[in-house]
Design a protein around this ligand. Structure first.
Ligand code: HEM
Length: 455
């Protein structure tokens, strides 16, 4: 038997969820307790979970007990069948071991300089004195950072080509023309080759395979620190490198998973800061103390403790991805229930982040909650968790810090209107309403101090 839930007809549950997911979920938790079942018209039953002990059981379950990859069928035609997000079990573990190292640790430090430069260049293009939506600006910035740091692309022409085509392609999957057939397992790009999106995908694929071939043909260069170069050197336990197909799918996946999410996370952080002047003042004071007249460098980041807490609190209160899912493959014990195989389990990220027992006054923006504390991975989960935790978590937090520190030091920003910004659904994400209109009153000059060598 599944946990209790609302007795409403499933089309009504679906409509109420779609209209205002967060307040509908909060109401159900209040009424039915920590674990409850929603019935969504045409999509089946979903068991929502928000208690840290249940989330811990889910994130620590053996890889064969719970699957995540099969829930991602809808993006299969875009990311490809060798993408990490499509795998489960042993193949997921093998691929993740190959892909993870370039996205972690010390090597991130080499990206601080390029990330900062992209942020400066972007900021100088923002209009002064009139309202503009921040989200598209942040999206162009994050895509350029990924193209430089992950793909290792430097040529302006090549950067422009990918930076133009990727977002249009990713956007096309939100269209009903793509979504409706994809939900029934049809690869629109294959079946309807004359569609603009299909043509664009072929062109992007050709450019990606050409990039991979070009890199393979070059002798290994230890000075190259982009992730594609590192991935070309990766070997699995049997000594096998990644195939061209696996590399193409990995590059595509990183773009699909990484550029909008990070841009939205930065917008919401700016929004919370502009609405909380005392927190913004404290960020400025910290930047002045730690960075002073220099340019921001990797070595400053560890000392920006308040900015770090601000980003964590913004991701708690405005989680970009509001939920993750796992499908049970065996009978699965969860609190007092034994859930049958093929049950959809949904760790509710947004729901967990708003629990009063974990975060007193949960609706308030209080970065101090995270000062000097490591977040509990079963209570703070904007990047999901367990063996499926976001591959780009370290990269994304690093990038958010470098870009926000660069922008906030130079830009005098304010919200464009007093109307509150809401979280609105954007495919599987929550994004700021209206693209988050802001006004840039002034751009201060870059620091005049001579720059140290970038780490
Ligand atoms: C604020 C920014 C981001 C947020 C909020 C976010 C969130 C998430 C979440 C919730 C998941 C699912 C985890 C789970 O099922 O437990 C995920 C998976 C993933 N993310 Fe991110 N992400 C962000 C940025 C990035 C970036 C920058 C990259 C790549 C460079 C990336 C690559 C991936 C990949 C490849 C997966 C699939 C992991 C797997 O299935 O093993 N993400 N992300």
């Amino acid at each position: 038997m599944l946990p209790p839930g609302p007795g409403l007809p499933s089309p009504l549950q679906m409509s109420l969820y779609m209209a205002d997911p967060l307040s509908f979920l909060r109401k159900q938790r209040k009424r039915h307790g920590d674990t409850f079942t929603l019935r969504m018209s045409g999509m089946g039953e979903f068991v929502f979970v928000s208690a840290p002990e249940d989330i811990k059981r889910i994130f620590n379950a053996p890889p064969d007990a719970l699957h995540a990859g099969e829930g991602n069928d809808v993006i299969l035609p875009l990311v490809g069948s060798s993408s990490l997000v499509m795998q489960d079990g042993a193949e997921h573990i093998r691929l993740r071991r190959l892909l993870l190292p370039p996205f972690q640790g010390e090597r991130l430090n080499t990206y601080a300089g390029p990330m900062r430069e992209v942020a400066h260049a972007s900021l100088e293009q923002w209009p002064v004195g009139k309202p503009f939506p921040l989200l598209p600006r942040m999206m162009s910035l994050t895509i350029e950072i990924l193209l430089r740091s992950v793909f290792g692309i430097e040529g302006q022409e090549e950067l422009a080509l990918f930076a133009r085509r990727f977002p249009r392609l990713v956007d096309s999957i939100a269209s009903p023309l793509y979504l409706l057939p994809a939900l029934s397992g049809v690869d629109v790009f294959q079946k309807v080759p004359w569609l603009r999106a299909s043509k664009m995908k072929r062109e992007v694929d050709e450019a990606l395979y050409a990039l991979i071939a070009h890199r393979r043909a070059q002798p290994a260069d230890p000075r190259r620190q982009d992730m594609l170069s590192l991935l070309l050197e990766s070997r699995d336990e049997a000594g096998q490198p990644l195939t061209d197909r696996e590399l193409r799918d990995a590059l595509f996946t990183v773009i699909v998973a990484g550029y909008e999410t990070t841009a939205i996370g930065m917008c919401f952080t700016v929004e919370r800061l502009l609405c909380t002047p005392e927190a913004l003042a404290r960020v400025h004071e910290e930047l002045e103390r730690v960075v002073g007249g220099e340019e921001i460098q990797a070595e400053h980041l560890g000392q920006l403790e308040y900015l770090d807490a601000v980003i964590k609190e913004a991701l708690r209160l405005r989680p970009v991805v509001p939920l993750v899912s796992r499908r049970t493959k065996v009978p699965f014990e969860l609190s007092k229930y034994t859930l049958p195989p093929e049950t959809m389990l949904v760790p509710g990220i947004a729901l967990t982040h708003l629990r009063e027992d974990l975060y007193p006054e949960p609706d308030r923006f209080l970065p101090e909650r995270f000062l000097g504390k490591k977040p509990d991975p079963y209570a703070w989960l904007p990047f999901g968790g367990g063996s499926r935790r976001c591959l780009g978590m370290a990269l994304s937090l690093f990038e958010m810090k470098v870009v926000l520190a660069t922008v906030l030091r130079r830009a005098k920003l304010r919200m464009a209107s007093k109307r509150p910004i809401h979280m609105v659904r954007r495919s599987i994400m929550f994004a700021p309403s209206g693209g988050m209109p802001v006004v840039l009153d002034e751009v201060r000059p870059r620091s005049s101090q001579p720059q140290k060598q970038v780490a």
